[in-house]
Design a protein around this ligand. Structure first.
Ligand SMILES: C[S@@+](CC[C@H](N)C(=O)[O-])C[C@H]1O[C@@H](n2cnc3c(N)ncnc32)[C@H](O)[C@@H]1O
Length: 255
């Protein structure tokens, strides 16, 4: 059996209980060494065979999995954050399907959630935004034209931009070209939940300069939107005038 495990954003306490159990039982561990905090692996058995996939191809990863499963071993495939986001797990799962090898996926705390926690922000504020867009700028992996940053900008939703801090000038230019005012709040969180985490806050006008000054160019989350700063309506869920299935209204329906 193969277990794909989301390791969380960095803090080894942010892996799920289930993910940690699987990791502690694994005979073979393949972890994405470029981003997974090695401290997450401290629960592994001393005799576990550990591979860092940063220096491996997809084929090499699949070879290790196939051999281990053939020997009746348990395999933990550890990805950073949540494996469904920029994790390249689909190609592994499709190959395992072709080989008839069973697997499970254990989700993890994605870095965009750790970044919001670090800044103590909520993405979905009433009257501000009820939508979170997760995206990136094109790198070696292209982004479909219909998802251009300037195009997404028209929604003015809460934005989380992965894998793009080294292109922050272009990010801000695209968003401004797409209609965001230059004074829109923007933040960059480097290594959210790691001991050397750093956060920089500003606006679309000045964030690139501030981030360059802080020496941040990778492993960081770019967040943009009015959810970072400014007014919002309180939620109706906890409002005394509104009733719902679990609570009666205290002062009528408010109508
Ligand atoms: C290949 S993606 C993997 C994302 C991962 N699957 C997740 O759910 O967070 C790598 C990118 O995620 C972001 N990232 C990963 N860990 C981070 C962290 N601890 N703090 C901020 N950003 C992080 C950065 O934008 C980085 O370039």
């Amino acid at each position: 059996m193969i277990s794909f495990i989301g390791a969380g954003p960095g803090d080894p306490d942010l892996i799920t209980v289930k993910g940690q159990k699987r990791l502690a039982e694994a005979d073979v561990v393949i972890y994405a060494g470029s981003l997974v905090n090695p401290a997450v692996l401290h629960v592994c058995r001393p005799e576990a065979e550990i591979h860092n996939s940063a220096s491996m191809t997809l084929e090499a990863v699949l070879d290790v999995m196939e051999r281990a499963v053939g020997e009746g071993k348990k395999v933990a495939r550890v990805h950073t954050g949540d494996p469904s986001i920029y994790g390249a797990i689909r190609e592994q799962m499709d190959a395992l399907d072709d080989m008839g090898i069973p697997y499970e996926v254990i989700p993890g705390v994605s870095s965009f959630l750790a970044a919001a926690a670090s800044l103590r922000k909520e993405f979905t504020l009433p009257d501000v935004s009820q939508t979170v867009i997760i995206t990136r700028l094109a790198g070696r992996t292209p982004v479909p034209e219909k998802e251009s940053l300037a195009g997404l900008a028209q929604h003015k939703a809460s934005l989380c931009i992965f894998l793009s801090t080294h292109l922050l000038d272009q990010v801000t230019a695209d968003l401004i070209a797409g209609g965001y005012p230059e004074d829109t709040p923007a933040a960059v969180v480097y290594k959210a939940s790691w001991p050397d985490e750093k956060a920089v806050q500003g606006t679309l006008r000045d964030i690139a300069g501030k981030v360059a000054e802080a020496g941040i160019s990778r492993t960081a989350m770019i967040m943009v939107g009015q959810f970072l700063e400014g007014p919002y309506q309180r939620s109706l869920l906890y409002h005394p005038e509104f009733a719902h299935g679990y609570r009666e209204a205290e002062r009528g329906s408010g109508e």
